[in-house]
Design a protein around this ligand. Structure first.
Ligand code: ARG
Length: 470
């Protein structure tokens, strides 16, 4: 058979070029060009190590590094635009290096495979993004904290089963989300430890006879450790799954908060007003102001959860070691990272300048329900009545009030005393929402003193207040 003139990127074993549709199907250059900086960093470390170990001369190593920096400069000027024929970013860089340096460029890939190379690139890429996400989580926490500090004395109804349960300090409610974000940060820091292990030098799967120094490249690239086993090194994508699990929880938390904001912004709740900067109108209904930002965040959570399932499914049936299936990790990670970042930024802006709580509406809401019923029971308990008995008595009282269309505080003192002689005039103060909240002094509870202590502790942890937003 004649040798195809379109030739192949592969070794002389191949006689024909790829079918154009298969070339497109196989290529990752369309998206893995995002790894260019990391690919160059990894190659530079590799070249320097080859020089240091005497595999190539020191002068050759320098020229390779210069060539790689030239590719970086070309890319910065928009002059590095490899096409499909390059297949992936790794080949694209190597090809350009050979164009620039001639035969010397062909020495770069000594003692290395694209399998350990891509694993190195993606870890470097993800490590940087985890740090950016940590910063975005911190910004989000600070935005919540500033609202919480503003509302250390504001009350909001607390719910279980989305039924009014007991009144809360609004700051306490917001602090709950700061805690979730804190766990998100801890989880990402933990994932980062396992992202930060270097596979470079595992070569294709078995290591290499070339006398390389894996620890030198790992140290230059800032990795904390190297993979102990070369097969594991090139076939481990646990870190990607772990990242996506941690990212899924970030989105789950943002989505829960979004759901609350959407409810709060409704006419029915009326607890927040959205600013024009973060709300949108309807093309048809002129009166509408829609909470698109939290709705999009809630909607986008599904993408990240989906990537988590995609990654788990990708790895579950793979024999050791590298398989091309791994190429699928990139788009999942790229989209997962940008979704997490975009949603964190949008929610931070929403709390920085996109919504305002409406204290008057909250005050009315908190004062117009039976969310103080537990406190009536607690009142009796402190006067010697067994809790279950008090609970039954108050249940009856609520029923009476409901049938008469009145609230507990509207019952005259005689009626309280008919129910139980332990009731005295101080019952009215005891069931005021502000008192109900203040009384919950148990550690971690919603009592104002507890919440103030929390606000101080969190402020210390997160650093001083940002410059105020005009
Ligand atoms: N584009 C490939 C990927 O993303 C690079 C590694 C290819 N290795 C190979 N042996 N085909 O995984």
């Amino acid at each position: 058979m004649a040798v195809d003139s379109s030739a192949s990127a592969w070794s002389n074993r191949f006689e024909q070029g790829l079918h154009p549709a298969i070339e497109r199907f196989n290529a990752s250059i369309g998206f893995d060009i995002a790894l260019l900086q990391e690919d160059l960093d990894g190659s530079i470390a590799h070249a320097r190590m080859l020089g240091g170990c005497g595999v190539i001369s020191a002068a050759e190593a320098e020229q390779l590094i210069d060539g790689l920096e030239q590719v970086r400069a070309e890319a910065a000027e928009g002059r590095f635009n490899p096409g499909l024929e390059a297949e992936d970013v790794h080949f694209a860089v190597e090809r350009r290096l050979i164009e620039l340096l001639g035969p010397l460029g062909k020495k770069l890939h000594t003692g290395r495979s694209r399998n350990d190379q891509v694993g190195t690139d993606i870890r470097l890429w993800l490590r940087r993004r985890i740090d950016v996400i940590d910063g975005a989580l911190l910004r989000f926490q600070r935005a919540l904290l500033e609202q919480a500090e503003r509302h250390a004395d504001t009350l909001i109804p607390g719910y279980t089963h989305l039924q009014r349960a007991q009144p809360l300090c609004l700051a306490h409610h917001l602090l709950a989300y700061i805690e979730m974000a804190e766990r998100d940060r801890q989880r990402l820091a933990d994932v980062r430890r396992r992202v930060n292990i270097c596979p470079l030098g595992a070569a294709a799967l078995a290591g290499t006879p070339v006398p390389i120094d894996r620890r030198a490249t790992a140290a230059e690239l800032g990795f904390e450790a190297i993979y102990a086993n070369s097969l594991d090194a090139v076939s481990d994508r646990d870190f990607a799954v772990e990242f996506m699990a941690a990212g899924s929880l970030v989105l789950a938390h943002l989505s829960r908060l979004s759901e609350e904001v959407i409810l709060w912004a409704s006419e029915e709740f009326g607890f927040v007003a959205l600013s024009d900067r973060c709300a949108t109108g309807s093309s048809l209904m002129p009166q509408k102001k829609n909470p698109d930002v939290p709705e999009l965040v809630r909607g986008k959570s599904g993408r990240v959860f989906g990537h988590l399932m995609g990654l788990l499914t990708m790895i579950k049936g793979l024999p050791l070691a590298y398989n091309k299936d791994f190429q699928e990790d990139k788009e999942a990670l790229f989209d997962g990272v940008s979704t997490v970042l975009d949603c964190l930024e949008a929610m931070a802006i929403l709390f920085e300048e996109g919504l305002e709580f409406r204290p008057q509406r909250l005050e009315v809401a908190v004062g117009s329900d039976f969310a103080n019923a537990t406190d009536v029971a607690d009142y009796l308990v402190t006067r010697g009545v067994p809790f279950r008995e008090a609970y039954q008595l108050v249940g009856g009282l609520v029923k009476t009030c409901l049938s008469e269309g009145i609230l507990l505080r509207q019952l005259p003192l005689e009626r309280w005393q008919q129910l139980h002689p332990a009731f005295e005039a101080d019952i009215f103060a005891a069931i005021e929402p502000r008192q109900v909240v203040a009384a919950r002094r148990s550690e971690g509870g919603t009592g104002f003193e507890q919440v103030r202590a929390q606000l101080t502790a969190v402020r210390q942890r997160l650093g001083p207040a940002a410059v105020s937003h005009a």
